[in-house]
Design a protein around this ligand. Structure first.
Ligand SMILES: Nc1ncnc2c1ncn2[C@@H]1O[C@H](COP(=O)(O)OP(=O)(O)OP(=O)(O)O)[C@@H](O)[C@H]1O
Ligand SMILES: [Mg+2]
Length: 293
């Protein structure tokens, strides 16, 4: 029988807080195949990072659980590399050494010293960071730290790559470059990717499926959109592709019609509430790219 590669079944979580317990997730069900690229999208605070952290083994679900190749996930493991929302490099190590630490953990006894050095440099090269590889995190920009975090995760050759808004802090050009690299790397390695994003275009460009989450508390999977666009995908060609634009509007409709975010508002904010909640900025295709607020 064909076993599902990664499976979340009935996942729920309650966090203890000073005001009592807070139910962040309820009955999250998701089956992911080997090599699939899945994006999680939803409004801020709905529970995307919490889902990712449960798959990473960093949080324990209160109900339900996660199976990876049939084995229960309840702690972190090198086959599930995480790129965190806030870059998380060790501040006393250089970029090179941060990647080296992960590479040594995974490839000790398999790669020689010279092979490890080559592999570390190769992964830093993928994210265009070789020029600053001997700098420490406090000597490089936020976007550069994020790129080292991505290199570190890729260098582990993980079966499952978990990415929490990996490109959010980057400028449009670097973001486009890394999106393209990620598509190529994933094609070569056929690893499974779960990526959280706030960027609707990024979700459509990269994903096989887009998992759209409902607003919290007790957030869950709202809808799942299959993105049936041929690969390799070309961002410029897709900008005018009717199918691409159809997928894009499906996601926008979910976020801004079906799950429109309603937050408690001050009287002043209430007066301004006719304004849209979507932030948009021109992207590298010249189109407006829409980000979820
Ligand atoms: N350790 C915790 N203790 C209590 N509440 C928590 C904890 N972690 C997350 N939450 C709450 O759970 C909900 C989901 O948080 P989460 O960080 O998963 O959201 P998110 O969708 O990733 O948001 P964003 O897009 O802003 O990153 C939020 O209401 C958050 O306040
Ligand atoms: Mg988050």
């Amino acid at each position: 029988m064909n076993r599902t590669h990664l499976e979340l079944t009935g996942v729920g979580i309650e966090f203890p807080t000073p005001k009592g317990s807070f139910r962040a997730l309820q009955n999250v069900n998701l089956k992911i195949e080997q090599g699939e690229f899945v994006s999680l999208i939803g409004h801020s605070g709905c529970g995307k990072s919490t889902v990712l952290n449960i798959v990473a083994g960093l949080h324990q679900a209160t109900e339900g659980g996660v199976l990876l190749n049939g084995r229960e996930v309840n702690e972190p493991g090198p086959e599930r590399a995480v790129v965190f929302q806030n870059h998380s490099l060790l501040p006393w190590l250089t970029s090179y050494q941060n990647v080296e630490l992960a590479v040594k953990q995974v490839f000790k006894g398999q790669k020689s010293k010279a092979e490890m050095k080559e592999w570390i440099e190769h992964n830093l090269e993928l994210v265009h960071m070789t020029h600053a590889m001997h700098k420490r995190p406090d000597e490089i920009s936020g976007g550069m730290k994020q790129r080292v975090g991505i290199a570190r995760a890729l260098a582990m050759e993980p079966t499952v790559l978990l990415m929490d808004e990996p490109f959010g802090a980057l400028d449009a050009l670097t973001r486009a470059h890394l999106q393209d690299s990620l598509m190529e790397i994933q094609k070569d390695l056929n690893n499974t990717v779960i990526m959280i994003t706030h960027d609707v275009d990024e979700a459509v460009l990269l994903s096989d499926r887009i998992v759209m989450m409902t607003n919290g508390p007790a957030a869950t999977v709202g809808e799942i959109l299959h993105v049936d666009l041929e690969r390799p995908r070309d961002r410029l060609a897709l900008a005018d592709d009717p199918q691409y634009n159809h997928y894009r509007s499906q996601v926008l409709s979910f976020l801004y019609e079906k799950q429109r975010k309603v937050e408690p508002m001050s009287p002043k904010k209430k007066a301004d509430s006719s304004k849209t909640v979507a932030k948009s900025s021109p992207n590298e295709t010249g189109k407006k790219s829409v980000e979820v607020a």
